[in-house]
Design a protein around this ligand. Structure first.
Ligand SMILES: Cc1cc2nc3c(=O)[nH]c(=O)nc-3n(C[C@H](O)[C@H](O)[C@H](O)COP(=O)(O)O)c2cc1C
Length: 171
């Protein structure tokens, strides 16, 4: 069952940060974007949590991505139509977005929205995440993405700020 997310409906904001994070790195960047822009924020949570063990999740993710599997999500974003810019955050999993992010992008009609992707990684940067997001949202405008190494997220505020200026979200 999908439970409406009331937190993201509270403010009358034009920007929304949606993200999935397995081990916390992408969440840190999501919070930095929220703090720098005042955007609403929504965490993508699958009904079934991914295992904590690294090798187990790596193998599970590989199978899911190869099968184009889209896990069911716990919560629902109401009034997504009210947002103009949607920051979409994911860890780099096998050079693409994590499956729960693919579910979210498939479940909602983001036609006419502007998408700004941000990815945390351990060497592959964005991989082909941006192209994969565009495939799922063919009628959205894609802005240049931000790639941050997972081990550097805590000191990346300046990278986030520079990126937000570059894509003309902030001055
Ligand atoms: C299932 C899985 C697959 C991954 N695949 C890649 C990869 O292909 N390239 C890469 O640079 N990092 C890869 N990583 C590392 C993560 O992208 C990186 O640790 C990221 O910051 C984790 O974000 P999170 O803490 O928000 O979950 C992978 C990690 C996991 C768990």
């Amino acid at each position: 069952m999908l439970i409406p997310d009331f937190q993201s409906q509270a403010a009358n904001n034009k920007n929304l940060v949606v993200y999935f994070s397995h081990s916390g790195n992408t969440r840190i960047i999501a919070e930095q974007i929220k703090d720098a822009t005042g955007a609403d924020i929504f965490e993508i949570c699958p009904v079934k949590n991914y295992p904590d063990d690294y090798n187990t999740v790596v193998n599970q993710a590989k199978k899911e991505i190869n099968a184009n599997f889209k896990p069911e999500l716990k919560t629902k974003i109401n009034r997504i139509a009210t947002y103009d810019v949607i920051f979409v955050g994911s860890p780099n999993w096998w050079s693409t977005i994590a499956p729960p992010v693919a579910t979210l992008l498939s479940d909602y009609n983001l036609e006419g929205k502007t998408i700004a992707p941000f990815i945390t990684h351990e060497g592959s940067r964005m991989g082909h995440s941006a192209a994969d997001i565009q495939k799922l949202c063919p009628k959205s405008k894609m802005l240049e993405g931000l790639a941050i190494r997972g081990s550097e997220v805590k000191t990346s505020q300046h990278n986030v700020q520079d990126w937000l200026k570059k894509i003309q979200i902030t001055k």
